[in-house]
Ligand binder design. Structure first.
Ligand SMILES: Cc1cc2nc3c(=O)[nH]c(=O)nc-3n(C[C@H](O)[C@H](O)[C@H](O)COP(=O)(O)O)c2cc1C
Length: 447
């Protein structure tokens, strides 16, 4: 039996504290050279795709721009289109919101990217709905939370109708007869529902993948159902054995009712990593990285998100605040998904106080302990074994790796871990296909 193959993607470092912009090795998060460097490293390592997250509004806390993490990022389509010109096989995945955009425009952009990249485009469909982000758009925060997936699903199905409005054989370009288009119906579409009322002609002929790869990142029940019904890949938060296996069997178990098989949805948790010559060396480095990621100021900002109040005077080297979090429906950090993770802040505060007392931790040490520890820490052999074991145990189908340094943070992984995965027979040594669908082994459904 052939060994289950691992899928790997490279996440361009994001605008949260995972990214250590203050590292002496760190470069620009805006300049094209950084994107090129990371993408070309991922391609050299034969990764499936390169991934761009998206945030449509600069982060704020307490009414001010959040300036401890990277601030600002360029437009997704512009960056991916430019990367299409400096890579040949690597998939190019962009996160694009279905709440604040329109299907015609998004379909046109993805079909174009798929043409420019010869079949390497992927769309991570996200459903962020908050009114804070919406203020950047004409319609403001117009969508209630419970309608975001309804809109996302009809948005995506409308985009599919647009992609499918060209079959692929309409262009004759016959110099003898002077006829360019052989089918006068090419690109015709009509879609009418509660969210979209559009009818016309789609201007982009069928792209190499037909339908670009669809990625989903929602975690709610609705999000998982949407993924089971529509997505080719899912970006999850569950990178450990137990949580990964639970998520994997839950989501794959939902596919049959949509007439799909488990192989038609690739599950890729986000993963961070710290390597070292030995496991001990890696753990030492991981400790240093966590202290870079959580400065005293950052610890206070995290604390404020749970306590929901200004704690700028609090000493990060001292104990947690004795007062309870403010729970009054307001939020000090609007639009921030991580804040919604703490559904019961008073209970969270109690747990954190108990943990800090039991382990004698300062505020900063506590935040280092309870937020974002690295997924993989160890020598290349240890990390390769951990990744392979998780994939073979159906905790995932691979990982979306998030380096903590831009743009060189993937180099060591590419040079040391990837060859070991290849030796194990679990990861490709060469690309066998040219489109992203071929890398993932998932054919496009055709409407
Ligand atoms: C691993 C992961 C990464 C995500 N990345 C983004 C992102 O870059 N931009 C964004 O707007 N939303 C992002 N999201 C948010 C989701 O797509 C979705 O909008 C959000 O999780 C709310 O849906 P849910 O309630 O189904 O989880 C991400 C979610 C997950 C789980």
């Amino acid at each position: 039996m052939t060994r289950k193959q691992i899928h790997l993607a490279a996440h361009f470092p994001g605008v949260n504290n995972t990214t250590v912009w203050s590292d002496p090795e760190a470069g620009s998060h805006i300049e094209f050279s950084s994107f090129v460097r990371l993408a070309q490293t991922a391609e050299r390592a034969k990764f499936d795709f390169f991934f761009l997250a998206e945030g449509l509004r600069l982060r704020e806390q307490n009414g001010q721009i959040y300036d401890l993490d990277v601030v600002g990022r360029p437009d997704t389509f512009t960056v991916l289109s430019a990367l299409a010109a400096v890579t040949e096989r690597l998939g190019l995945a962009g996160t694009i919101n279905s709440t604040f955009n329109e299907p015609f425009e998004v379909a046109r952009q993805f079909a174009s990217l798929d043409h420019l990249s010869a079949g390497r485009a992927a769309w991570n469909v996200v459903t962020s709905w908050d009114a804070f982000t919406g203020e950047n758009f004409r319609r403001g925060g117009f969508l209630p939370q419970d309608q975001r997936y309804e809109r996302a699903e009809t948005f995506l199905r409308t985009a599919w109708e647009l992609f499918d409005s060209w079959r692929g054989d309409e262009l004759a370009a016959d110099a003898g007869t002077g006829v360019f288009l052989r089918d006068s119906e090419a690109g015709a579409f009509a879609h009418h529902d509660a969210h979209f009322d559009i009818e016309g002609r789609f201007p982009v002929p069928r792209s190499p993948q037909g339908r670009p790869v669809i990625i989903q990142a929602g975690d709610s029940d609705e999000g998982r159902e949407f993924a089971a019904a529509t997505a080719d890949a899912i970006f999850s938060r569950y990178g450990t054995l137990e949580a990964g296996q639970a998520f994997y069997s839950d989501v794959k178990g939902r596919l049959a009712k949509y007439g799909r098989t488990p192989e038609q949805l690739v599950i890729l948790p986000a993963a961070t990593f710290v390597l070292g010559d030995t496991d001990a060396d890696a753990h030492e480095r991981a400790h240093v990285v966590r202290r870079q990621q959580v400065s005293g100021q950052t610890a206070i900002k995290f604390l404020e998100q749970v306590w929901n109040t200004d704690l700028s005077g609090h000493d990060p080297e001292g104990p947690l605040p004795a007062t309870d979090p403010v729970v009054d429906g307001s939020t000090i950090a609007p639009g921030r998904a991580s804040v919604r993770m703490y559904r019961d802040p008073v209970a969270t505060a109690r747990e954190w106080r108990q943990l800090a007392e039991a382990k004698n931790l300062s505020t900063r040490d506590l935040i280092i302990e309870v937020t974002g520890r690295q997924t993989f820490i160890g020598s290349p052999a240890t990390v390769a074994a951990a990744i392979d074991d998780l994939v073979q145990a159906d905790a995932s189908d691979g990982f979306i790796l998030v380096p903590h340094v831009t743009p060189g943070g993937l180099d060591e992984f590419a040079d040391t871990v990837v060859p070991l995965l290849q030796e194990r027979g679990s990861f490709r040594t060469e690309y066998t296909g040219s489109t992203l669908r071929e890398h993932l082994g998932i054919e496009a459904p055709r409407g």
